[in-house]
Design a protein around this ligand. Structure first.
Ligand code: ZN
Length: 328
């Protein structure tokens, strides 16, 4: 961690402490987003928080009751509730890609051969090569976290949510920061505007390339052009919750603009372990039984053994690991 530098907000003159790693500073007094040269950054938006601490507790309760249904979770305790205004970059672009290649696939054809009594139908497999010449043309929103570390639980899911909820963002306004979002940690961005644009471009290029590769057996040529249609600095309200259950700590992240659980960890209880262990044993036993009855065929016991081992392995893995559960 680097040292903080004293700084004065050019808009409201409040003293600020700035982390030199931050590329965009947020003045906690007036809310202004300020570029490192001191100029105002205008495209600053926020998804407004709509839930209270009290509602957060209810959302957690419902989540644990619903997702922990089989596990019998009683007596958990919320130990920490941290609301964070998390900084994201939303890079909007018009993106165009032209790609050329070929697609190889096999086709089954039937035809009739011979005459009279010898007339019969034959089936043939033919390999077909079809040229592909196609375009991708779209308006995009690509979202990046404005922090280099990823200590914010669930931020990756928020990125996806923001892509669809971006249109609900409103211009940042200081009155909210003093009121509805007062208790939130207000984080600055460590990623500069230029870096965000560069990273956004890389995401578009990679995505179009992989879509071209999916559409072709082989891509000969793939050329992408983008034009930026606006890069926005967006703060999203993310509630970070920690709760303890039988001395272990678990995390839940809630999006404050919708009140929905982004991601959450549910403890693995003894009851849950018993259910899964029973299932594993049934599968292993089933594998053995199948092998016994088909013992004259060599392949069957091997396949049954592999299937049982794979299923057994994943159930065992689940049995001893806390599970991350998607919200919804
Ligand atoms: Zn200020």
């Amino acid at each position: 961690m680097s040292e903080l530098t004293k700084f004065q907000c050019p808009y409201c003159n409040s003293p600020l402490e700035i982390n030199p790693e931050d590329k965009i500073f947020n003045c906690v007094s007036c809310g202004q987003a300020i570029l490192s040269d001191g100029s105002k950054f205008e495209n600053h938006y926020i998804l407004e928080n709509t839930i209270s601490q009290k509602q957060v507790h209810d959302i957690v309760k419902n989540f644990i009751r619903k997702k922990g249904y089989l596990r019998g979770i009683r007596g958990y305790k919320i130990t920490q509730v941290t609301p964070i205004l998390t900084p994201f970059w939303c890079v909007t672009t018009d993106a165009y890609t032209h790609f050329v290649g070929y697609l190889r696939y096999s086709e089954t054809k039937t035809r009739t051969v011979g005459t009279g009594k010898n007339r019969r139908t034959v089936t043939e497999h033919v390999t077909v090569y079809r040229p592909v010449d196609n375009e991708i043309n779209e308006k995009r929103v690509d979202v990046l976290l404005g922090r280099r570390g990823s200590s914010i639980y669930g931020y990756d899911k928020v990125k996806n949510l923001l892509r669809s909820q971006f249109s609900n963002a409103v211009p940042f306004n200081y009155d909210r920061l003093a009121g509805a979002e007062k208790e939130f940690d207000y984080l600055s961005s460590e990623i500069s505007l230029d870096a965000a644009n560069q990273l956004g471009k890389t995401i578009v290029f990679d995505d179009h390339r992989s879509r071209a590769e999916k559409a072709c057996t082989k891509v000969f040529d793939c050329a992408t052009q983008i034009s930026y249609t606006g890069t926005y600095f967006v703060h999203a309200p993310v509630w970070q919750i920690e709760y303890i259950f039988k001395d272990e700590t678990y995390r839940i992240a809630i999006l404050g603009s919708t009140g929905s659980v982004i991601l959450g960890e549910i403890p693995v209880t003894t009851r849950f372990r018993v259910i899964f262990l029973t299932l594993s044993i049934l599968f292993l036993g089933g594998g053995g039984a199948v092998s016994y009855f088909f013992s004259d065929q060599v392949a069957v016991p091997i396949i049954a053994g592999i299937v049982a081992a794979v299923i057994g392995f994943f159930t065992l893995k689940n049995t001893f690991k806390p599970m991350s559960v998607h919200g919804g």
